[in-house]
Ligand binder design. Structure first.
Ligand code: NAD
Length: 542
């Protein structure tokens, strides 16, 4: 037994590679894109370390070329979900009792495998399956995934080292037990790194998971699962269970051993799962921990002292990178009348310059939205704006799903501060602008604070630093991640811990101690050296 006290220092963030033409990384990526495009995969369920093929399959296609099949995946039924629950409980006994540094070394090995051997496997599968361009894939599937893994090891050490004080005649200790039961990890399509973290954060703290990946990100998620196994995650510690949300959800949520839900996705789904927990409450052995990061209606608030060019460039990046399908994407902007003319001109010019298309053409800044449902929802909002007297589309508004689910970046200007696209999450490349009177700053800030039910991200642009601070203060609860003179997207693990409150989730800040602490159930142990031998209080013997 090695009794050393380990300490994992705070890591450096994974550098983003350049992918210049003819660079090694670009050539390796090219090869892997060709490989994955021409060799369809048959993705099984992985339960208790065993591959299971149910025969009930669904196609995996490219959003930017939907007739091109990347493979198929097998879907779980009730029987497989029950198997997964049993496998997770069985594996939990040993995993939770392991020396935590063994678990840490497995996470660090996974990070190493993703950073080198499988870097381009992760990139190609995320690019082709989720329609991300090279840069968007590299910062997600590689860099953020690695950062989550490495930072969580370091943060776990900080949690484990916290011990209570010991006083006279006693020794006090805190034991950080894993939760009793399993964690249900339910991941969204839009970030491969989030799918990794929803599993690996609880796993780091000694828990086992049942993983329901999103149906539209199966390819990259399957490769992640294989990497975790190669890194040493034992059988049954993570159980990969693709399939229909409701079938998997209903069967997992009703298990008496559900110890936690680690969710990222839409409000509807999280609310639904939360309600299921409430309904099943009497059946659970413990109160399940509920951690959920959900939607956003993220804003850019422009002060009259802002630099117009900076606003335009950052609004474009914040709203349109990854087709606006980031939970943090800017989707409403408040601009003072005095600056709108100039900002509008630059923003429209830049937006018209954006190329939308296939991920393999590196000149395309934007690619396709994830699937036909998303395409219909987003274009429904665009059509609504086209037909409304309260709004006009100042650029974009075109769309075409004949080959891929392509939507041009769209900017709507509205005179109604409660216009539908100012309030509801669209999750696509649509930015709505409301122009306020310069002498009505306070009123505009109130609107920004109260217009949507969310509180995820937001930013202020102002060169007047005092004004920026006042706005930051005024919008205190409007965003869990607030930016001064930057776009509201692009949070980096360890630098800007991520999450929002109000309708945006439980704000447990993924990639940090706040989140990891939810996956332990501490036990306090007090040992008395010389136990009491007399029941009376000292003064009674006087
Ligand atoms: P979604 O809610 O449609 O799906 C999320 C996951 O839930 C998927 O795996 C889906 O299959 C599963 N699911 C659906 N119904 C279920 C059920 N009844 N039981 C169990 N699982 C079920 O979300 P999405 O479209 O994949 O992702 C987009 C949403 O995620 C947006 O609202 C976005 O804002 C949000 N998001 C938030 C954050 C954040 O950190 N706040 C990050 C990324 C995405």
């Amino acid at each position: 037994m090695n009794n050393a006290v380990y300490n994992f220092p705070v890591p450096e963030n994974e550098p983003v590679l350049n992918y210049f033409k003819n660079s090694t990384e670009r050539m390796d990526l090219q090869k892997e894109l060709e490989n994955q495009s021409s060799n369809p995969v048959d993705v099984p369920l992985i339960i208790g370390g065993k591959e299971i093929r149910t025969g009930d399959t669904e196609k995996i296609t490219m959003p930017h070329n939907h007739s091109h099949e990347l493979g198929q995946y097998h879907k779980a039924g009730e029987k497989e979900v029950k198997m997964a629950v049993e496998a997770a409980i069985k594996a939990g006994k040993e995993w939770g009792n392991l020396t935590w540094t063994i678990r840490a070394s497995i996470l660090l090995k996974a990070a190493e495998l993703i950073g080198a051997k499988y870097r381009q496997v992760m990139n190609a599968s995320t690019m082709l399956g989720q329609s991300k361009n090279i840069y968007q894939s590299e910062i997600d599937a590689v860099c953020e995934t690695i950062d989550f893994l490495k930072y969580n090891v370091s943060f776990a050490g900080k949690i484990y080292e916290q011990q209570p004080k010991s006083a006279f005649n006693q020794l006090n200790r805190m034991e950080f037990r894993a939760l009793e039961g399993f964690v249900f990890a339910v991941s969204p399509f839009n970030f491969t790194s989030i799918a990794s973290n929803l599993n690996m954060a609880p796993v780091m703290m000694g828990n086992t998971t049942i993983w329901k990946p999103a149906s539209s990100s199966i390819l990259s998620n399957y490769y992640l699962m294989k990497i975790f196994m190669e890194a040493g995650v034992p059988e049954g510690v993570i159980n990969f269970v693709p399939g229909k949300g409701s079938i998997i959800g209903n069967n997992v949520m009703s298990s008496s051993d559900l110890a936690g839900l680690h969710f990222t996705g839409s409000n509807n789904t999280f609310n639904n799962l939360w309600a299921q927990v409430s309904n099943n409450m009497p059946n659970y052995k413990s109160y399940p921990r509920l951690v959920g990061e959900t939607g956003g209606k993220n804003f850019i608030f422009v002060h009259s002292s802002a630099s117009v060019h900076e606003v335009a460039v950052n609004a474009l990046k914040g709203a349109f990178e990854y087709q606006g399908q980031k939970c943090s994407a800017a989707s409403r902007m408040y601009v003072p009348k005095s600056l709108w003319g100039e900002i509008k001109e630059i923003l429209v010019d830049l937006t018209n310059d954006i190329r939308v298309g296939d991920v393999t053409d590196s000149n395309n800044f934007m690619n396709a939205v994830i699937d036909n449902n998303a395409f219909n929802t987003i274009t429904g909002y665009i059509d609504y704006a086209k037909n409304s007297p309260d709004a006009k589309i100042i650029t974009g508004g075109e769309y075409d799903n004949s080959q891929g689910y392509f939507i041009r970046p769209t900017i709507i200007e509205t005179v109604d501060h409660h216009f539908k696209t100012m309030e509801e999450e669209i999750f696509g490349p649509v930015l709505t602008v409301f122009v306020y009177e310069d002498n009505e700053l306070e009123k505009a800030l109130d609107l920004c604070d109260s217009t949507s039910p969310y509180g995820l991200t937001g930013s202020v642009f102002a060169q007047d630093r005092i004004a920026a601070s006042l706005i930051c203060e005024k919008l205190r609860y409007a965003a869990g991640n607030f930016y001064i003179n930057d776009k509201p997207t692009g949070a980096i693990v360890g630098l800007q811990p991520f999450g929002g409150s109000r309708g945006s989730g439980t704000n447990d800040k993924a990639g940090g101690e706040f989140n990891l602490v939810r996956w332990v159930s501490p036990r306090t142990i007090k040992e008395t050296f010389v136990p009491a031998t007399d029941y009376k209080y000292p003064y009674m013997n006087e």
